[in-house]
Ligand binder design. Structure first.
Ligand code: FAD
Ligand code: SF4
Length: 680
């Protein structure tokens, strides 16, 4: 037994399956191996993960007379209420899940600070493998992903955005059919909508020309507001980008985003037939909590797609094993043996199981896929390209705030009655999390800046943090927050509760923020969400049983040019809003908590990247995994039937939200491997 195998077995004793798989690989007695062999169940295909790539693979394989097993680490997550009606009795997804031995959990509910406690309880880690939010802190970069049936779609912000042709060419991404991918999105998930207005707009109204179109009389008072029905923060970004674009002489067009959310359209045009996929949705109510669970169920999450197109259909041949964490994949002749832990029982330790198939679609997301492959190479000898683990990109993700937004006219602040610049509320708690973007290029490199919402449950923490940045330490130490222990870090929160209770016995003072709603607490805070082109030079490795991530010492991630460039533009946009540019606490650094210039990444890419040969990549352009055992004789040799179909294959930053591109690449791979998706 290699020394690192024994380390992995003993270091993490909750994962007994790792021990079983490792022991099998290491060669137990012939008798034990034969017994284990007899327990292996065979399928035609195994899909690992149910995010964007996994769902496309499952739909393609379903109903073709093949036996297909889906292994997904997480549980189902559903809305706790449908417009006030409890779902448990009637929600067909809940009924199906329960009768198919799958766990169901409910989104965090309250829209105030208590919801934050629910949220923290829903974190994913080794002690809570059923959690939804997987927040991994890798030194210079923190990465947030989801764990659940539906993968990243459960917590994502619904944005469908293409990478520019120039970026795709630079990355060598060939043959992506965005048109077909959009058709897939609308056919299997629901119609894409532009939601930049406070209320749903009649069909045919162009939000970019909103004021004029809605007011045929061209009332100057309304038109001066340049689109008075736009969400305030959508308008703020549009106007600020207009100013900065002129100042810098850079083209920065503003556009509403294509969102996987159902928008209310009334009256429907006579020839309009709702896509079949839309029938299960209601309409966006601008509740601003997309990544925390949409109460009206307007978002097109992949748990619904899988339920509608696969799980509730007859004779699909597909079996879902949720709460099943894949540990290793071993090649056995022309088949693959997948070892996993089935945690559908009482104990989080779970039961180790093994299954086999000739086709494997690995779609466990960047972190899941790279971890499984690195562990498989180390523990069960899966031969891989030497490039495995390298080429990780943050997608240039960068966030920051503009605090204290003001009314601006002709580039200058408008003065209020008191002679000071008048406030302009942008209400980040309302509307979908992302509504619009500005896209531009500097020195040939591409950037996207979007507005971002701040859900109400974060409002008090954000407001306190802006007043007293130390209060945010409560987020870094969830245990002290959830347990209610009074520490110096939550002094501000406690003070706020105390003020509130004391106020019961005092005359009311309307100037105090204790009378504010969550929306008002942070109404003048604008949140930027940006993407750019980093150098995609992060390298994953295994430390014990866990992934580790680092960068070459001479090219650390936080010093890469894309971040300083985008920060400069955000500073100008903040000034154009009359506000103060304010970095996130992770970027600013907190002694003892975050190092300075720590990035928060929600769009991880790469690690198992596409390359023309195994000298440049870990998979070929069709997602086929290179066979490292043949590196000297045939640098393009692949493991037959083994496909990687998730964000780990994207070979660099897209400077755009990635799910549309990940889906386009997955569609290309899956349709070649299995055949065209039905009905597309
Ligand atoms: C807060 C947030 C907002 C975002 N908003 C957007 C947006 O608006 N637009 C956009 O394009 N992108 C957005 N993203 C990014 C997007 O969610 C991801 O790019 C996308 O989900 C990646 O898809 P994937 O198929 O690679 O993997 P994922 O969607 O991450 O799916 C991986 C699946 O594999 C499962 N898994 C992992 N390990 C194992 C294992 N060992 N065994 C079994 N199963 C496993 C996971 O539970 C998960 O279901 C957002 C992300 C976050 C966190
Ligand atoms: S804004 Fe609210 S209602 Fe609209 S999609 Fe997001 S969570 Fe749902």
């Amino acid at each position: 037994m290699a020394s690192n195998e024994s380390t992995s077995i003993t270091r993490r004793d909750t994962f007994k399956g790792a021990a079983a798989a490792g022991a099998a690989a290491a060669g137990l007695s012939v008798l034990a191996a034969k017994q284990a062999e007899a327990q292996v169940q065979d399928y035609d295909a195994i899909v690992i993960g149910t995010g964007f790539g996994g769902t496309i693979a499952t739909i393609a394989l379903s109903g073709r007379g093949k036996s297909v097993l889906i292994l997904e680490r997480g549980t189902f997550w559903v809305t706790p209420e449908t417009l006030g009606v409890p779902t448990a009795a009637g929600n067909p997804v809940v009924q199906w899940a329960k009768s198919n031995n799958s766990g169901v959990q409910y989104w965090p509910r309250p829209d105030h600070t208590l919801g934050l406690i629910d949220l923290l309880n829903n974190r994913y880690d080794q002690s809570n493998p059923y959690g939804l939010y997987n927040y991994r802190m890798f030194g210079a970069v923190h990465i947030l992903t989801a764990s659940g049936v539906g993968g990243g779609s459960l917590i994502y912000c619904n944005v469908n955005l293409e990478a520019t042709q120039e970026v795709r060419d630079r990355l060598g991404l060939k043959g992506l059919d965005y048109k077909r991918t959009r058709s897939y999105m609308e056919k299997y998930r629901g119609k894409l909508s532009n939601i930049v207005s406070k209320i749903p707009l009649p069909p045919g109204v162009d939000p970019a020309k909103l004021g004029a179109q809605l007011d045929p009389a061209q009332d100057p008072a309304k038109l001066a507001n340049k689109g008075y029905l736009l969400l305030d923060r959508s308008r703020a970004l549009r106007e600020a980008a207009g100013l900065v674009s002129k100042q810098l002489g850079i083209n920065m067009p503003w556009s509403p985003l294509d969102l996987s959310i159902t928008e209310y359209v009334h009256p429907s045009p006579p020839d309009y037939t709702a896509p079949e996929a839309d029938t299960g949705h209601t309409f966006c109510e601008r509740q601003g909590r997309c990544l925390l669970g949409c109460l009206p169920q307007a978002r097109h999450t992949l748990n619904k797609t899988l339920f509608n197109w696969v799980f509730k259909q007859q004779n699909t041949g597909v079996t879902l094993s949720s709460e099943s964490e894949v540990r290793t994949i071993r090649r056995v002749g022309d088949s693959y043996e997948v070892a996993y832990i089935d945690r559908r029982g009482e104990s989080v330790d779970g039961v180790p199981r093994r299954v086999r198939a000739k086709q494997v679609f690995l779609a466990a997301g960047v972190l899941g896929t790279v971890e499984i492959l690195l562990r498989s190479r180390r523990d069960v000898g899966l031969a891989l390209s030497d490039r495995i683990g390298s080429g990780f990109s943050t997608n240039g993700d960068f966030g920051a705030l503009a605090v204290g937004t003001k009314m601006i006219k002709d580039g200058k602040p408008v003065l209020g009655a008191d002679g000071n610049p008048a406030k302009a509320s942008v209400y980040p708690t309302r509307g979908p999390i992302n509504t619009c973007d500005v896209r531009f290029a500097i020195d040939g490199r591409h950037y996207t800046i979007e507005d971002a919402g701040i859900p109400s449950m974060f409002a008090r923490v954000v407001q306190l943090a802006l007043k007293d940045r130390k209060a945010l330490l409560t987020l870094a130490e969830p245990a002290s927050f959830v347990g209610g222990q009074t520490t110096a870090n939550i002094g501000s929160l406690v003070g706020s509760f105390r003020d509130r209770i004391e106020a019961i016995f005092k005359p009311r003072d309307p100037t105090k923020d204790r009378h504010s709603t969550e929306a008002e607490l942070i109404d003048d805070v604008f949140f930027f969400n940006a993407m750019g082109e980093d150098e995609a030079n992060g390298v994953f490795s295994l430390r014990g049983d866990e992934l580790d991530l680092g960068w070459p010492a001479d090219k650390p991630i936080s010093k890469q040019a894309c971040f300083s460039k985008v920060e400069q533009i955000m500073q100008q946009l903040s000034a154009a809003m009359g506000a103060e540019y304010t970095p996130l606490p992770t970027w600013e650094g907190w002694p003892g908590v975050f190092d300075e210039r720590t990035l928060v990444c929600t769009h991880p890419l790469g690690g198992c990247r596409i390359g023309p040969t195994m000298a440049e990549g870990a998979v070929n352009e069709f997602g086929q995994l290179y066979d490292g055992s043949k590196k000297a004789s045939d640098p393009t040799a692949v493991h037959p039937g083994f496909y990687v179909v998730d964000g780990s294959t994207i070979p660099g930053a897209l400077a755009a939200n990635p799910s549309l591109t990940i889906s386009a690449q997955a569609l290309k791979v899956v349709e070649r491997a299995v055949g065209p998706l039905p009905n597309l």
